[in-house]
Design a protein around this ligand. Structure first.
Ligand code: GLN
Ligand code: ZN
Length: 784
């Protein structure tokens, strides 16, 4: 018997980031469209050939995208907002990139991944693709949207692959997921209501593929692992019924991933689909349920090789799970596959020449995962002996990892076991702490501060790069950073900020900086994954028990504080954010890894306090975005996330003020957890919502202090005094004066000093005016 192997998608970026460089060269005008398209063609051809060489039977086409596959889908079906000036017909590359990046070039990315713009035509909004760190362009659809096929990209890709000698299974983003991901400006309208208008376009694409010889297509409907409404489910049933009627000969492999189908399973199995792909990595528990519900004859694609993480498979264990399924369903009814597209993992482990040899033996990137899928297929088809060598190597790697002292640190384990409740609780309640902190700090009403980073100028980045290369000595780099820090402190004093920051010039990235100093973390040289468009990141790898061998930030804090009488905040990244922006080991629950990081940060907090820091900020930029896809799982996540924050922040005395900062600040659903973090001061992003995000703090009588952002740092625009004063008036309607801090929305590292200087001068002035008004009594007249 022969069992088919399948891959759901391959990274587009190229083993040497070819796509990034080609795009940037095209955007800057250095090279033309033909050059860009030729690079893209070559990447596709190489990827197809690689998958074929590795022994994958079912190879995807149309998984490639110049920028983003959701954008491709929007463009393909003509969902192009009027502002982009599309006149019908094939969509020009300029329009495509205008949707991706805005025209007139001025798109700005905050660290949190939202796209913002200043002038010209803005880019589409961007947001996280499910719970990954990949960001897609959000289609915008109104009730009048007309869909039409602008160009049949799936067909072109299928033909291109065929011409290069590889017969593929084209991939499409499914109509239900596409509409679910779209946003609208129209109240009371849901894009999913337009499913009937969209289906003819999909039918046309599929019919053309079928006519050209395609036998299967992969249609991705990851929306099926979300909580869906009855209307969504009806749309799904209707869509696949209709597509089946319109294109009866083409077999559809419906791909679900990132979670369990769960309560959506009845509609999925009832639909006339030839195949179903399930994610057994994220939702191993769904296997039995899916098997029991699977209609006769349907092919089951089993996603068992992790497409979201970088760990090497334990092939023997996988075979233990696959063999009974294969026996039950029969060879012709199963496929062995990656759990989802390999888009989310780096391209090739072989490029890593500097990672520890043991660690390397525990890893698998996209290329290695193809080998794993192939080995599993062969093992099932021809028996384990046929893949004896691969099995032995994988078993040995698993054993070495399980036993390695690089992974397991008994001291960390002992500390975790000794955590008790008092460690997760501040000594005094908030009001008690506030009294002693106010006394110690004697800050004015409406204290002003910033979120931590100051502009990472070309000079700062150049110095870091040169230091990295070894062309700038440690001593020269250090003195450069010192002078940047000193200048920042002097300037903050000069403009009259109340609580200062050191500026974070020494930090490359808010997670990497800490990961590099913690035990249990590793960094790669080439393991890039796409974050959005041409922006790729190399997430840290948490491979072992985490601990903090020595202080990480105390030296810089101490230096900054030595320059001024004003308080300088200690500045740390929180455990949940470090976890959510890393590749995390898969041999422990995420909550346990988070607890270890929390202990390490707790040590740093203690050392900062010991050094004299009166205020310590612990950023949890990614806490909100880490929420699970299904609401039913939120509670468990929030419980351990909040607990980790409390664990890292509660070791200090009442006199020490704990700050936290969060970027995406829509807290309506999770306010109880935000309150439970019990930070003395929280700074949040509120300027663009005109302070509406503060409503929930008001309604829930949140007692602690809050710094609602009054300066949108995602835009190069410089807010004036009046504008910030207006925002503060709005904030004062919702909060009491003694609660209110004044600060920007987020860190300033992506901005230029020319923007930051006047904006912060204005901010300090707005605070001064507010205090004046409160002194002479006019404030209480306008106040709430
Ligand atoms: N302290 C960090 C900074 O200012 C916070 C960044 C963030 O929240 N994304 O850069
Ligand atoms: Zn932020």
């Amino acid at each position: 018997m022969t069992i088919q192997t399948a891959n759901l998608g391959f990274p587009r970026i190229g083993p040497h980031r070819e796509l990034k460089f080609a795009l940037e060269s095209y955007w800057s005008g250095k090279s033309g469209r033909e050059t860009l398209l030729a690079v893209a063609r070559k990447l596709r051809a190489d990827n197809w050939q690689l998958q074929k060489d590795k022994g994958i039977a079912v190879i995807p086409s149309n998984d490639f995208s110049l920028y983003d596959h959701v954008l491709d889908t929007a463009v393909m079906v003509g969902a192009i907002p009027d502002a982009y000036g599309w006149k019908g017909g094939p969509v020009d590359l300029d329009i495509y990139f205008a949707m991706a990046r805005g025209s007139a070039g001025d798109t700005h990315q905050g660290e949190c991944g939202h796209a913002h713009h200043s002038h010209g035509v803005p880019a589409l909004e961007m947001t996280k693709w499910f719970d990954t760190n990949y960001h897609y362009m959000v289609p915008e659809i109104g009730p009048d949207q007309i869909f039409e096929l602008t160009a049949n990209k799936p067909l072109e890709m299928f033909q291109e692959a065929k011409a290069s000698g590889v017969f593929t299974r084209p991939v499409l983003l499914g109509p239900v997921t596409f509409l679910k991901l779209a946003k609208t400006r129209h109240q009371g309208f849901e894009p999913i209501q337009l499913i009937d208008r969209l289906l003819p376009v999909y039918a046309k694409i599929l019919a053309a593929l079928s006519a050209d010889g395609a036998d299967w297509v992969q249609i991705d409907e990851p929306a099926l692992v979300l909580d869906l409404t009855a209307e969504d489910r009806r749309a799904f049933s209707h869509a696949y019924e209709a597509l089946h009627q319109l294109v009866p000969n083409l077999k559809i492999m419906l791909a679900t991933y990132f979670g369990a189908i769960a309560d959506n399973l009845p509609v999925v199995v009832a639909a006339p689909l030839a195949g179903l792909h399930v994610d057994l990595v994220r939702a191993p528990e769904q296997m039995d349920e899916v098997l029991a519900a699977l209609p006769p004859g349907r092919v089951l694609s089993i996603g068992i090789v992790d497409g979201r993480n970088i760990w090497r498979s334990n092939l023997a264990k996988h075979l233990d799970r696959l063999e009974p399924v294969a026996a039950a369903l029969g060879a012709e009814r199963i496929q062995v596959a990656s759990s989802c597209s390999l888009l989310h993992v780096p391209v090739d482990l072989e490029r890593e020449t500097t990672v520890d040899a043991d660690l390397k033996s525990w890893l698998a990137f996209a290329t290695q995962k193809l080998e794993e899928v192939a080995a599993l297929g062969l093992g099932l088809s021809a028996g384990r002996l046929a893949v004896g060598a691969a099995l032995d190597a994988s078993t040995a790697a698993a054993a070495s990892r399980a036993a390695s002292s690089k992974v397991h640190d008994p001291l960390v384990e002992a500390r975790i076991n000794s955590i008790d409740d008092p460690m997760k609780r501040r000594q005094g309640g908030f009001l008690q702490r506030k009294t002693v902190q106010d006394e110690r700090l004697s800050l004015p009403l409406f204290p002003t501060t910033t979120i931590g980073s100051f502009p990472q100028t070309p000079e700062v980045r150049k110095a870091r790069a040169e230091h990295g290369k070894g062309t700038l000595s440690d001593i020269d780099y250090e003195s450069f950073l010192r002078s940047e820090t000193e200048a920042a402190i002097r300037w903050q004093e000069e403009i009259g900020l109340d609580v200062l920051v050191h500026g974070e010039f020494e930090r490359n990235d808010m997670v990497q900086y800490f990961g590099e100093q913690l035990a249990g973390f590793a960094f790669t040289q080439h393991a890039w994954v796409q974050s959005y468009g041409s922006r790729y990141v190399r997430p840290p790898v948490i491979f072992g028990d985490v601990s903090r061998p020595r202080p990480m930030t105390v030296r810089w804090w101490r230096y900054a504080q030595s320059l001024t009488e004003k308080p300088v905040k200690g500045m740390l990244t929180g455990p949940v954010t470090i976890l959510n922006w890393s590749f995390v080991r898969d041999d422990l629950p995420r909550s346990a890894v988070c607890g270890q990081i929390a202990l390490a940060i707790r040590d740093e907090v203690a050392d900062l306090e010991e050094a004299g820091a009166a205020m310590i900020q612990i950023d949890e930029a990614a806490l909100r975005e880490g929420l699970p896809l299904r609401r039913g799982n939120w509670g468990a996540y929030l419980d351990w996330a909040v607990e980790a924050f409390r664990l890292c922040s509660s070791g200090v005395s009442d006199r020490t003020q704990i700050h936290t900062h969060m970027c995406y600040s829509e807290f309506n659903d999770i306010m109880a957890s935000i309150a439970a973090m019990d930070a003395d001061v929280i700074s949040i992003e509120t300027s663009r919502s005109k302070m509406e995000l503060l409503d929930v703090f008001q309604h829930q009588d949140y007692p602690n202090e809050i710094g609602p952002g009054v300066y949108d740092i995602h835009s190069p625009r410089i807010p004036d005094v009046a504008e910030m004063t207006e925002l503060l008036v709005l904030a004062r309607r919702r909060l009491s004066d003694t609660q209110l801090w004044i600060n920007p929305d987020c860190g300033l590292k992506t901005r230029r000093w020319e923007e930051v200087r006047p904006a912060l001068v204005n901010m300090v002035e707005a605070a001064r005016l507010l205090r004046l008004a409160s002194d002479d009594g006019t404030l209480s007249a306008t106040g709430a």
